[in-house]
Design a protein around this ligand. Structure first.
Ligand SMILES: Nc1ncnc2c1ncn2[C@@H]1O[C@H](COP(=O)(O)OP(=O)(O)O)[C@@H](O)[C@H]1O
Ligand SMILES: [Mg+2]
Length: 365
């Protein structure tokens, strides 16, 4: 019983369970529970009345002196017992698909994540619909888990890439420059001619400032610039200006004063969400301008990033495999700190990313 075969077919006709029962029996089992009970009770009342009347008439004729009350009392008891029994059997059989759901839920909970509730030959339309909804819910949860795993894997490999990049740059650039500097120092040390020394020292100064610039560049790449030192809005402002320089995108920033309003991790999340949204504008939108706003709204910080680009269909992106990890990551990031992100876009009309960030720690348990 526990190992009912899984014959769930998403595209199978809703009322074609794999069963060797004759068609008429299957049709009967498919009748909605409400009508099953109604019909069965109507039949019981009809049969009971006819049978009771006939038997009582015969009893009165055959045993004129006997107690009629005792006899009809007995009949009524038998009638009640049969009615209860029939109703119990009908309910038991008709509700069996609910047991299947419960069993499936228990198995999924135990870690058999691919389990789905099987089609039942006795399920009526409502229970069949419930089964489908239940399975669809499990499918959605499974898809969500897969996406989460993809994001985690991507984050790990991005971190790994970043480490490799830093190792490469440290090795190829900074270390090379310092090595060159060592040689110049040695040359200066051995040099007796002051006229020769001057260009050498100039070269050394250049090496040092280039090495310094390289190290600053790493530092900027590793930590959001100025987020801690200057605060959220100036950090976003700085990022916007650098996008204007690098990518030629005009970014307008309108921000309430939010200094000190957010916990540090919410600031970082907000910064990363804006960063990803703007990076999408640069990479995908073909927009001429973008607008970033930060405003207080009913105890939350509402952040929007809008562009006038070509837009896209967010539902379509989120449902394609491997697609939309940037958008998904944004939503996850907001979710971790008790906020949320909505993406509104239609092809041809630009895109609007709206994030709501709680001002105080509302991290979900
Ligand atoms: N502002 C935007 N304008 C147009 N298309 C966008 C925009 N943002 C996202 N998209 C579309 O949504 C897709 C998914 O975006 P995202 O999840 O950030 O992944 P990625 O940027 O790595 O492609 C993009 O490939 C692009 O087609
Ligand atoms: Mg992206």
């Amino acid at each position: 019983m526990d190992d009912a075969p899984e014959t769930d077919e998403p595209n199978a006709a809703p009322h074609a369970p794999p069963s060797r029962l004759p068609g008429s029996v299957r049709a009967l089992l498919r009748i909605p529970l409400f009508y099953k009970i109604l019909i069965a009770n109507a039949v019981l009342v009809l049969v009971g009345t006819l049978f009771g009347t006939l038997v009582t008439a015969r009893f009165v004729r055959d045993e004129p002196g006997a107690s009629l009350l005792g006899f009809t009392g007995l009949l009524a008891l038998i009638g009640i017992a049969v009615t209860l029994l029939v109703n119990a059997v009908i309910l038991r059989v008709a509700l069996r698909p609910l047991d299947d759901l419960e069993r499936t839920a228990a198995r999924v909970q135990r870690g058999e994540l691919d389990r789905r509730a099987p089609v039942s030959p006795v399920a009526d339309r409502e229970l069949e619909r419930l089964r489908r909804t239940f399975n669809a819910m499990l499918d959605t949860a499974a898809a969500y888990r897969t996406r989460l795993r993809e994001v985690a894997a991507r984050a790990l490999s991005a971190a790994e890439e970043e480490r490799k990049r830093i190792a490469r740059e440290l090795h190829d650039e900074t270390a090379q420059m310092l090595a060159a500097l060592l040689i110049r120092i040695r040359v200066v040390r051995n040099s007796r001619d002051p006229a020769q020394m001057e260009p050498l020292l100039d070269g050394m100064r250049e090496d040092v400032s280039r090495a310094l610039e390289g190290i600053r560049r790493f530092a900027r790449g590793l930590r959001p610039p100025a987020l801690d030192e200057l605060g959220l809005v100036p950090a976003i402002e700085g990022h916007a200006r650098s996008l204007e320089e690098i990518a030629g995108l005009k970014v307008e920033l309108r921000a309430d004063d939010v200094a000190g309003d957010l916990p540090p991790e919410a600031e970082l999340a907000t910064y990363r969400i804006v960063q990803e949204a703007l990076s999408n504008v640069v990479r995908h939108a073909r927009a001429t301008r973008a607008t970033v706003t930060l405003a207080h709204e009913r105890g939350r910080l509402v952040v929007t990033v809008e562009d006038d680009g070509r837009g896209f269909d967010p539902d379509n992106v989120m449902s394609t495999e491997g697609g939309g990890l940037g958008l998904f990551g944004m939503k996850e990031r907001a979710g971790y700190i008790g906020g949320r992100v909505e993406v509104a876009s239609t092809p041809g009309t630009g895109t609007r990313v709206r994030a709501e960030i709680p001002l105080h720690d509302e991290t979900p348990e």
